[in-house]
Design a protein around this ligand. Structure first.
Ligand SMILES: [Zn+2]
Ligand SMILES: [Zn+2]
Length: 423
């Protein structure tokens, strides 16, 4: 093995949350850890805006390794060469392909799937994924070894979800002799508390029991921890969880890989078939699976938006587009109902959620926020860095690192696009 120093370059995410795109070059070979779209990306962003100027897309890539299926970690895939081989966990590939087809994009690269704690080799690199706790399902930390250097990439992680034990396990027996720890810092500078998913379950149970009418809950269909939390709370409170077709589809596809996940056919779960979701599944350029819709509709566990009101004790998944469908089909919001927002509260400021809020407020319904972060608290980040004790701690995925670096020994600040030969 050559001793020449591998070179690390953070293309995006050195000084912002999201858009992770990290390259390691070793002996003329190279890998990319994540290829995320920046959080500032919107419909007006051009491909030139989104692709980092320092990322060379004209040369081969040995592997593009995706840590987890959040857009800020894979969103650049559609702009990258078709022949760059992609590695991810199997559930991550499923979720990335679903997100892409829902948006009308195609993923042209070939995927290979890794398994947690099983090292795989590409060129001179050995890569070991470690399944971790995060709001995305199937999130991994990645240990990269090349030319006698060891680089640990934290990806995104937390210690408050249903897989917190996995992070505790890494803290108990951390990988040794780490030259570089690429550490996310999303929560640095935040002052809110970080309750556990188990605590959220108690909050949901209490609200479900205290609400005399229907409960509507807004959360991400791909946040499986949250789906499990809400499902468990429904069972405890004797309510039926009504899921839209997309969420039913997500659970069905992931259940093929993980038997323990709730899905249609389990007690207290009903699918609601709405016209807008039906159109998405009947569109050959979108989710393209009309048979799935008819299978759900005939499952004996489905209802229509028009019949929603006839299901007593329900908890219904809500997005602005679903609410439009429900209202068109005669569902009325009542003062005895409640709406729970179970996502990052920043999304509540968007025009469509402001309108949703206005409709529930006008009806006199109760409003509640029940949510916790997908990321580790500042003190958990400090403990993590102490246990790993890297020779260089390279900050990523935060706007706040410069103000908080003092709490982290061996900090080595890189800027986007700056090449760092690992000493
Ligand atoms: Zn992220
Ligand atoms: Zn994430």
């Amino acid at each position: 093995m050559s001793g020449s120093a591998p070179v690390l370059t953070i293309h995006w995410s050195a000084s912002e949350i999201g858009g992770n795109c990290i390259e390691i070059v070793c002996d003329g070979h190279r890998i990319l850890l994540d290829a995320g779209s920046p959080l500032w990306a919107d419909a007006s962003s051009t491909d030139e805006d989104l692709l980092p100027a320092t990322l060379n897309t004209s040369q081969p890539m040995n592997a593009l390794v995706i840590s987890h299926p959040h857009q800020d970690h894979f969103g650049l895939l559609r702009l990258l060469p078709d022949d760059w081989p992609v590695w991810s966990g199997a559930p991550t590939e499923v979720l990335i392909r679903m997100t892409a087809s829902r948006a009308g994009h195609s993923i042209r690269q070939t995927f290979q799937n890794f398994v947690s704690r099983a090292a795989f080799k590409v060129g001179p690199f050995s890569i070991t994924p470690y399944l971790t706790d995060h709001s995305a399902f199937d999130a991994h930390m990645l240990l990269v070894e090349c030319a006698n250097r060891r680089i640990l990439y934290s990806g995104d992680f937390r210690r408050t979800g249903r897989k917190a034990a996995l992070v505790d396990q890494i803290l108990r027996s951390p990988p040794k002799d780490i030259d570089v720890l690429l550490l996310e810092g999303t929560t640095l500078g935040r002052t809110e508390s970080f309750p556990t998913e188990a605590f959220l379950e108690e909050q949901f149970v209490a609200l479900f029991r205290d609400t005399p009418g229907r409960v509507y809950v807004t959360w991400s269909a791909q946040n499986i921890d949250r789906t499990v939390t809400i499902y468990r709370a429904c069972k405890r409170a004797g309510r039926t969880l009504i899921l839209d077709l997309y969420t039913v589809d997500v659970l069905e596809k992931l259940s093929a890989l993980h038997q323990s996940l709730p899905r249609l056919g389990w007690p207290n779960i009903t699918a609601v078939v709405t016209s807008s979701m039906k159109r998405l599944y009947q569109n050959s350029k979108r989710l393209n699976d009309p048979a799935f819709v008819s299978r759900c509709a005939k499952s004996g566990h489905a209802t229509s938006a028009a019949k929603l009101s006839s299901i007593p004790n329900s908890v219904t998944m809500l997005r602005p587009s679903l609410l439009r469908d429900f209202l068109q089909k005669g569902v009325s919001l009542e003062p005895r109902d409640a709406w729970v927002f179970s996502m990052w509260s920043g999304y509540l400021q968007t025009a469509e959620y402001q309108e949703t809020r206005r409709l529930f407020d006008a009806a006199g319904a109760t409003f509640a926020k029940i949510h916790t972060s997908g990321h580790a608290s500042a003190s958990d980040l400090e403990e993590f860095s102490r246990r790993i004790a890297p020779r260089h701690l390279v900050p990523i995925h935060s706007f706040e690192w410069d103000a908080h670096l003092a709490g982290f020994p061996n900090g080595w600040r890189l800027r986007d696009g700056e090449a760092f030969p690992i000493p």
